[in-house]
Design a protein around this ligand. Sequence first.
Ligand code: NAP
Length: 255
Amino acid sequence: MGVNAVYLAMEVEPRMLAQAVRGFKALNILGFNVTIPHKIKIMKYLDSLDSTATTIGAVNTVVNRDGRLVGYNTDGTGALEALRKSGIDPKGRRIVLMGAGGAARAIAFTLAEIAQRMVIVNRTVSRAKMLAREVQKTTQSPVIYRSLNSPILKNELLTSDLLVNATSVGMNPRGSETPIDTSLLRTDLDVFDIVYSPVETTLLKEAMKVGAKSVSGLTMLVSQGAQSFELWTSLKAPTPIMTAALNNALRVSSR
Ligand code: NAP
């Protein structure tokens, strides 16, 4: 694209985070992504935060704006774009969101804004409760919570039309696991699994078997990365090239 830049992966020890950020600033780099375990802690080392990152309470993208480091979060908007690109508009939908970790937080705030209602389901129910309360307060949308083992979960799924898995269940090396009993899947329950390794999780395979629309985590991974790229360069991201590169990298790493 004629951009004189490289994208490099670096592992930063939690105790070295402040120094790493100061180093990036000193080197005057264009920006960087942040991932586990730094998404929350990084916030205190930045000069300012965009409103979405403030609401979500986590940062995955940092942009150097004339020497000031500004934090953004593209996980939620990346998830939304992935759904829309796959022909699913979450607007007005009844959503069951599984998970209450970092990715689930970003998705909950973004989708609750436009959903008809949202049920947050998590193994640790106290985390689901806390997130549901926060999201409802911020978005003014109806958000309830359930435990993963709740017997009512079956009814929640029956009265919903979009299931989002934002837990790490089904991720390699435990790729055969699913976050719910797959006999609860049906044609008119669309499924979005944000796990991207494997690309086709068991949950997605089972959803496809019953004829439900399904969206993989790979689509979200590309979308959130593309949005970071656009924040850094102000250029339209080459998503087909990014998707091909990602597929290639995942194929190599799964060998
Ligand atoms: P996280 O903050 O560690 O949260 C993990 C979530 O999974 C929590 O809700 C946790 O429940 C739940 N969980 C973990 N093991 C479980 C089990 N055995 N049974 C039931 N629930 C379980 O992780 P994260 O950053 O949110 O990431 C979650 C997944 O999303 C990962 O697979 C990650 O690779 C993927 N991800 C994908 C994208 C993308 O672009 N596609 C972006 C970000 C993340 P508890 O609260 O009970 O522990």
